[in-house]
Design a protein around this ligand. Structure first.
Ligand SMILES: NC(=O)c1ccc[n+]([C@@H]2O[C@H](COP(=O)([O-])OP(=O)(O)OC[C@H]3O[C@@H](n4cnc5c(N)ncnc54)[C@H](O)[C@@H]3O)[C@@H](O)[C@H]2O)c1
Length: 254
């Protein structure tokens, strides 16, 4: 029997990138998977990919920053696949783009994009599925964070990093509140990912480049997914309130 057989997982923003890699690993571990994305076509394609792995999958196109939309989307998904046992809050990069520049030069009108998505979006999801997990006395919540939530680097990440640090902080408390209810709550902070366009020169040691990763390679979304599978397994269930860095040893910032 596979470790997650009989479980239903929902991964936000999993139509592509890191989220799809996580969904693939959960599916290979036996879970049925709800593929949420802002874009319906990405959700459909992701769900088709997951079905090809031999489990059930449902596309669920909704915006995680809209609480009423989250409720509707979760209800529809649960009607198809069953109650959500595993929530992976992965959506965290706004559609409008990543580069922000230094905080001093930033445009205050865009700050909310990061806060809305990483804090409100993640809280909306947790608040919607947590009561059911507690009632059934089993649940796993995993937040996909980032190394910039734990350290400062040059690269225009102040609001992004602040939003990740903020949600990590809230999760540490939720983890303790639910520790006796069968629900674990953790964050995974990936390092530089293969699916993003980083400078690949191993001699360039600036933050945000391949050379800044001690192991000298970029992270495969599947490795983030493998960490999620372990946290979701029964044997990984004693870990709660933690942030696990999956980043090839990257610890420094300049
Ligand atoms: N890419 C990296 O190098 C990297 C590094 C560290 C952490 N992360 C984290 O990994 C996660 C995924 O990153 P990625 O590179 O795969 O991003 P991505 O942009 O490739 O994919 C994210 C998906 O989320 C969807 N999405 C965006 N806003 C949404 C919303 N409001 N509701 C529902 N879906 C929404 C997008 O449509 C997109 O398909 C993020 O939380 C990010 O912070 C990424």
């Amino acid at each position: 029997m596979k470790v997650l057989e009989g479980k239903v997982a929902l991964v936000t923003g999993s139509g592509r990138g890191v989220g799809l890699g996580i969904a693939q690993e959960l599916a290979e571990a036996g879970a049925d998977v709800v593929i949420n994305d802002l874009h319906a076509d990405r959700a459909e394609e992701g769900a088709a990919e997951i079905r090809s792995l031999g489990v059930k999958a449902a596309p669920a196109a909704f915006d995680i920053t809209d609480l009423a939309g989250v409720r509707r989307g979760v209800d529809q998904a649960e009607a198809q696949l069953g109650k959500i046992d595993i929530l992976v809050n992965n959506a965290g990069l706004p559609d409008s783009g990543f580069e922000m520049g230094s905080f001093r030069e930033s445009d205050p009108s865009v700050w909310h994009l990061w806060i809305d998505l990483n804090i409100y979006g993640s809280l909306n999801m947790i608040w919607t599925v947590l009561p059911g997990m507690v009632e059934r006395k089993w649940g796993r919540i995993i937040q996909i964070s980032s190394g910039v939530g734990s350290r400062g680097i040059l690269g225009g990440n102040s609001i992004y990093g602040g939003s990740k640090a903020g949600i990590e902080g809230a999760l540490r408390h939720i983890a303790i509140e639910e520790a006796r209810n069968g629900v674990s709550v953790n964050s995974i902070a990936p390092g530089l990912m293969q699916n993003a366009a980083y400078r690949q020169d191993p001699n360039d040691t600036r933050p945000g480049t391949l050379g800044a990763v001690p192991m000298g390679r970029l992270c495969d979304p599947r490795w983030v997914g493998a960490c999620a599978v372990w946290l979701c397994s029964e044997k990984g269930g004693f870990v709660t309130g933690q942030t696990i860095h999956v980043n090839g040893g990257t610890i420094h910032g300049r």
